[in-house]
Design a protein around this ligand. Sequence first.
Ligand code: AMP
Ligand code: ZN
Length: 157
Amino acid sequence: MRYNLGVKYPRGQQERNGIMENCIFCKIIAGSIPSTTVYEDKDFKAIMDISPAAKGHIIILPKKHISNIYEMDDDIASKVLIVAKKIAAAIKDELQCPGLNILQNNGEAAGQTVFHYHMHLIPRNQGDKVKVTWEPGSYQDGEAAQIAKALEKRMLN
Ligand code: AMP
Ligand code: ZN
């Protein structure tokens, strides 16, 4: 099943050789829109985020257009964290930041604004202005177990 999650492509938009027309990140990967590259291999390009949450904020882009995690194949899914690990270590060593957030938004409701999968690496410092927070919620009796069971059952298929 293909999930769209708020992806709004103009009617008739086409994907050719893994490149989606009118996708800003596909254009960056193709080199038709400039970017500042920090890492590149055959599957990924990592660039400086143009509107950084903090200095050194990097986004990792798979070269083949996929909109979100639901469209990711296992090969790319398993490789992306290896790239993230490599870049995270470089950020930590170079910027000497005591913290780092890894964030990845799927769908408009989750704050995704560019519908080409990307993973954010955001350097964090004590008392900085970055906000990645939520109000802790709670479950009613048995609710967590019920959801867990339902999810577990789905993953058996
Ligand atoms: P998200 O809200 O998770 O979809 O994040 C999209 C990210 O892409 C934002 O952090 C933007 O600042 C970043 N972004 C958008 N356009 C560009 C661009 N041309 N070059 C680099 N980063 C970009
Ligand atoms: Zn794309």
